[in-house]
Design a protein around this ligand. Sequence first.
Ligand SMILES: [Cu+2]
Length: 645
Amino acid sequence: MKRSTALKLRNRAVVGGVAVLLVAVNGPQVAIGTDRASTFWQESRPDYMAANGSWTTVELPPEYQLNGVHSVLLATGKVLVVAGSGNNEHHFEAGTFRTLLWDPATDQMRTIDTPEDLFCGGHAFLPNGNVLIAGGTKKYEVLESDVERAAGVLTIHNDAIYEVDTPVPVGTVFVDDATGVEYRTTEDTVLPMVRKLAGGGKEPTSVRVWVEAVEPGTGDDFTGEGHQLTWKGDDRPGLYGQADTIDSAKQDYWGLDASYEFDIYKEQYVEVGDLNRARWYPSLFSAAGSNPDDDSIFAVSGLDEYGQFIDENQGTTEEYDVHAKTWTPRPDLDMPFPTYPALFRGADGKILYSGSSTGYGPAERLRAPGTWDLTTNEFAEIPGGLREPEMNETSSSILLAPAQEQDVLVAGGGPVGDTPGSTARVDVISFDDARVTPAPDLVQPGRYVSAVNLPTDDVLLTGGSRGYRGSNRSDNFAAQLYTPATNTMEEVAPNHVGRNYHSEALLLPDGSVLTLGSDPLYGDAENETAGTFEKRFEIYQPPYFFTEGARPMVLKAPESVERGTTFEVRASGNIASARLVRPSAVTHVTDTEQRSVALDVERTGSGALALTLDANENLTPAGHYMLFLVDENGKPSVAQWVHVP
Ligand SMILES: [Cu+2]
C-alpha cells in the first residue's frame, strides 16, 4: 500500500459561532487515490470502527502550524505545544521561538510569546496546575564535517589570585604544556578569587570556558587524556588550565539554564529562578522534597552549557521549591541518568526508572531499570533487567493503569545513538516485586512508539519508526491496545501520519488521543534528501466511541477532592469503575506525568456513586486530574476536571 498520498481530512464547521472540530465518522471526506480510498472505505465501516477505532487527520491553519516537540494537556482542556526553535537552526539563529495553545474542544488557538529557546527542555506540573519548564537550547550542534578548529572545555584553576576576581576576556590564549598548541577562549568569563576560609585556610577556585585552537585544522586533538595548559603571558604558580578533551569531533547541542512557569490561566510564560546546571534533554518530576508544605520538582540529567553529559559528581540533581520558585543543587542526590530518562514517582516515594531514555549518555552503563531512593540516594536494580537490555534507548515507558499496581510497560527501542535496528520487545516491570514479565510484541519493531493510558486501563501504542529517526522511510503505520489485566495486545486501526523522532501523543478529556510531531532525518527512502517536520495532528478515537449504546456521563462531581476521602458523584449509566487520570506532559516519548489512579466505587443509589481516593500522596500527587467514569460495557465518560490539593 502506498503511503505517499497527501491526506487532507481537515474538517471544520461553525456551530453556535464557535469553530468546532468534527470527526470523520461517516467515511472519507475528500477524494484520495483509489488504493487509499478502499482502505478508508474499509476503515470507515461502523463495524470496523467499533472494533478498531478511527483516526482523523487535523491540519491547523498554516500560520499556527509548528514543529511540536513538547506537548502538555492543561487543566483548562487546552493543549500547550512548544516548539521553541523546533530543531530548525534558521529559527534558532533568527530567535524565532514558538508555542501554540490549542483547544481541541473548540478548535480555538493562539500563539504564545516564547521568551527563550525552550526546545529540548524538561517539564512537569506544579501542584497548582501550572507547568514548570526548565532547560532548553543555548546553541545548536556542530557536525564533525563543519568543525574547523579543535575545541573543548577548559577548566581554569586559580590557587594564586587572592585579591580580586579576574576577568578572562574572549580570545585569552592558553598553551598546551604537552604539545605547545595554542587555544583561545570563545567568550568572556571571570575567574573568582581564591576564597579565604574562616579557619585560616584557603579554597582554590575554577571556572569552565569553551576554547578552540588558534590555528584551523586538526592534528593535536586529544580525547579523554587530561592535559595541563598555561595561561599565555601569566605563568604564576597555581594558575593553570586543565582539559580532558579538545578535539575536532561533533559538538553536541549546548544546554540552557533558563526556567519558566507557564501560567495556564493567564496563558503566558513567567520567568523563575535559573537552573544551577544548564540542561538540554533533562527529565523533571515531582516528589516530596525539602519543603514540607508542598511537593518539589526535581531536574536530572541533560547536556550542560557546553554539550557535556552531566555525569556523577557533576551536579546531576537539583530541586525546585514551588513557593520560592528557585532551584537548589542536591549534591546528596548524585545520580546520573542518560538524557530524558523515564522516571515515575512510586507509591512508596521512591523513583521508578524503567531504563528508557532518549539521546545521550554512556552506552555501557546507566541503562538498567531500578528504583532510586531519594532519602538515601541508593539505587536498586531490578534483578535480571529487561530483555534485550541494549535496546532501551528511544523505547517508550508508561506507568500502567491502575497506578496502584506499580507496573511500568517498556515498548520498543533501539541501540544507543544513530544506529540501525529496533526491537518489537514489550516488557512489564513489576516494581512491587522487582520482576520483569514479557508482554506480547509490537506489531512491528520500533523506536519512538507513543504510549497513552486510556480511561479503560488499555494502553494505546502507536507510531514510531523501525529505523533511527524514520530513516529509509521506516515509519510504522500501526496501532495496538495493550490490556494490563490480561497481558494481551490487540491490533487496532493504523495511524495515517507517521510519527518518529520528536513526536508525541496524549489523552484528551473526551477519551480520544492526540498525536503530533515527527522529525525524520531524511525525506526519501534512500536517505538522500533532508526530511521535513510533520505538522499535521491526528486524533485517534478508540472503539468505545463507536460501540453500541450511549456513553455514561458525569452529571455532578466536586471540583476538588482530598486524598483519603469519599465523595459523591452523580452519573448516568451503570458505572463499573472510576479513574483519576493525570494529564500528559510529553516530549521525546518521555512523560513523567501521565498516570491513571483507580478510585473505589460504591453505588449508593440511582445515579449516585460514592468514590474514594487513596490517601497516598505519592500515588496521586497534587495537581489536576481527569475524572473518568467507565460503565459495565467498557465505555468511558467524557472527563470532568478535578483538583487534588
Ligand atoms: Cu530532540
